[in-house]
Design a protein around this ligand. Sequence first.
Ligand code: GLN
Length: 477
Amino acid sequence: MSTYDSLSRIQSDIDSGAIDCVGLVNYYLSNIHKYKHLNALTAVYERDALAKAKKVQAKIDNGTAGRLAGMVFTIKDVYCHTGHALQCGSKILEGFESQFTATCVQRLLDEDAILIGRNNCDEFAMGSSNENSIFGPAINAAGENKVPGGSSGGSAVAVQSNMCLVSIGSDTGGSVRQPAAYCGIIGLKPNYGRISRHGLSAYASSFDSVGILARSVEDTAITLEIMAGPDEYDTTVSQTKVPVYSNHVSWEGKAKVVCFDNILKHEGLHEEVRSATEQTYKSLQEQGHSLDHLGFEYLDYVLPTYYILTTAEASTNLSRYDGVRFGYRSENAHDLESMYKKTRSEGFGIEVKKRILLGTYVLSEGFYDAYFTKAQKVRRLIKEETHSIFENHDFIILPTAPTTAFELNSHNRDPLEMYLEDIFTVQASLAGLPAISLPNGTDKNGMPIGIQVIANTFEEEKLLSFSKYLVDQVLAK
Ligand code: GLN
């Protein structure tokens, strides 16, 4: 069977009778079995998916199907789904079952999308390689000694290997965009507050965004459209009207694009990623778009600011995992205090513990102003500088990550090496802006290169339209 790259192709094959929903689910299940060794899924909902496929097919046959009939999707192991295990890639949630379904997941199900499985990820979404997971690392299908990126690594591999059409990841500092880049697919982080976080396990609440991994811009647009918008369970969701993103994925006219010279000159940027990015700038200019070379003054501060603020927020968000209310409880405890201590010591992995300790430190009396308050001030400066660029420009374009996918176990010794992978994605996260990673060719070893486009506040519609044009007419295949 041919590879399915878009929902519209699937829907037309269903209409013509070339395939039905049950056949479609079986197609994805066969890929899930074939690529089991990539460790992209922590649970396969085979029975549920087949049962739903039958129901959706009946609705298609009698003309009552929802807009996502024919979309088979997976969710990262940070989303609640009633009656199903949720572990956030952690031992501390062993045995935990969700009591409700995340709003974003429910909205897709209500439009007749079929949920086929749960994706591996870094523990509590902390990581850039999917190596911090109790389930072991997921593996990049483009090079089986390579990481898929993280933290939504399993989601990226599932889309990359046709185990599903679309996957719902989460992006706090790049966790959808960077794995999408490493796996050669599309990854969108919408504006902060565009999609409800109800049912998304919290990492750093002022950054966390529901994100989409997909094979086409059109599928990204319709998935966003269905999930976005106000939700009574999350008051931080914007009340601004959700555009009909799926109607407008086409671009006309000339764009004013910004590139940052100090990013192009950054010592960590690999040569092949640099030249692919420069080639994109050149093609854009050849096609009549303007390119302004600016410097991004705060480049050296984005990672420290991001890691101070997110560890602070994580240390409070993760205090709820104490052995009393959720999942794992140590059997070696002899009183209440040792139950807390042993449960958390045994339940959390090393990276999560490191971040809880760092976050607790930056929030502690005596250091709060020096670190947390200062980082908040710097976040404000980064936001202001980034927003001011959009007063005169349409998009910022930069590499998604400084390298292509690296080898498994290669970044384990030095945490800074790993954190550097996020250097180009955290700016949009600190500023709360929508950003997308698009595939932009491969390096000499065939590993995918990603390019990132950032747009102004809530301008996802414009971002998706321009992305469609870039994919079709500008970027390397
Ligand atoms: N790699 C970044 C981190 O570890 C981003 C993670 C994310 O976006 N969830 O914090």
